[in-house]
Design a protein. Structure first.
Length: 347
């Protein structure tokens, strides 16, 4: 039962993530800025996490050293960029495209894992070939979904006055896809950074508290410098208040804490394997709640991305089986160091 908890946690996280996508897009369509949304969500998350941190035994708490705070600063900076680019892409692109492009994360995570020597690479093995080809296919699918719109397949009549004004529909999709593509790259880097930090400091709640604090500081400073408009922080509408409260708890606390715990237990590539669930959820909820139009390009691109995604996952499964088989043999021969992204449970 305990071994299945990371899988259950990642499934629930996907539901929370799609819900966050819906409420934040509604808030931004009502006029709320990205910086103020990130600030409120991060600040409220930090306030909720603060008393929870004291529940951790004193002996298990890390010392507030320069190295520890520097690590929190780093993942806070990366997380800030993830949220800014992610929310900006969400504002312009339909939920179906955003949900599909989330599946780029496993392939990009694999590339970063190889770059930082967290993944073993054997150019002669089928597993490495599958992961490499899958990454290229997934990126190609994202380009198709972004650059090709096609005829509409599914849409509901909209009764809302909140529509995108700055650009045409095709330009919105192109800009949103580009912004969210950058977001996927930075999100993959964040997962790698989390793996390094949590390996040394396995205290998710405290890490997420300082993470939220730094993200709030970055977003507040950026808003004051770039926008210089205090009215952007107004919570005058119910939609904005709900987005802030939901983002603070389900975004910065529940979602990130569960995700960080799963990264520590199973590795960053395992955590990324559950993003396809968000494709179905994001498409359905986007059409129902946001009245998004589902285009043929999004369908074709999503299928290509999923093919690439499962190619990466097949390669990872073959590699995992090889590691497990070698682990059994190594019990007799003295053992052998497993890669950092091995999916064996942490002690």
């Amino acid at each position: 039962m305990e071994s299945s908890l990371p899988s259950v946690g990642m499934v629930v996280q996907q539901f929370a993530q799609v819900g966050l996508l819906i409420v934040t897009k509604k808030a931004m369509l009502s006029g709320m800025t990205t910086f103020s949304l990130v600030f409120y969500s991060s600040a409220s998350g930090a306030l909720i996490l603060l008393p929870l941190c004291f529940l951790i035994k004193r002996s298990a708490r890390p010392k507030l050293s320069f190295h520890f705070l520097g690590c929190c600063f780093l993942i806070g900076l990366i997380g800030f960029l993830v949220q800014i680019f992610g929310y900006a892409g969400t504002f312009y692109a339909p939920s179906s495209l955003i949900s599909a492009m989330m599946n780029l994360i496993p392939g990009i995570t694999f590339l970063f894992a190889v770059l930082f020597r967290m993944e073993t690479v054997d150019c002669r093995s089928f597993s490495t070939l599958a992961k490499s080809i899958g990454t290229v296919v997934a990126i190609s699918g994202a380009l198709v979904a972004t650059l090709y719109q096609g005829p509409p397949l599914l849409m509901l009549p909209s009764h809302s006055n909140l529509t995108l004004q700055p650009l045409t529909q095709s330009a919105n999709v192109l800009l949103g896809g580009l912004l969210f593509g950058i977001d996927c790259v930075i999100a993959s880097l964040l997962m790698i950074a989390q793996a390094f930090v949590l390996k040394k400091y396995p205290v998710e709640l405290i890490i997420m508290f300082f993470y939220s604090c730094f993200v709030a500081i970055f977003s507040l400073a950026s808003s004051l410098i770039l926008e210089r408009d205090l009215s952007a922080f107004s919570l005058k509408t119910k939609t904005r208040l709900v987005a802030v409260l939901y983002g603070g708890f389900f975004g910065n606390i529940f979602q990130l804490t569960i995700g960080s715990w799963c990264v520590r237990k199973k590795g960053p590539l395992f955590a990324a394997t559950f993003h396809p669930i968000g494709v179905v959820l994001g498409t359905a909820m986007g059409v129902i709640f946001l009245h998004d139009t589902f285009y043929l390009g999004s369908l074709v691109g999503s299928i290509i991305i999923l093919i690439g995604f499962y190619s990466v996952m097949w390669g990872k499964a073959k590699e995992r089986k090889l590691v497990d088989d070698n682990g059994v043999n190594n019990l007799e021969s003295g053992g052998e160091k497993a890669p950092l992204l091995s999916t064996k449970d942490a002690n």
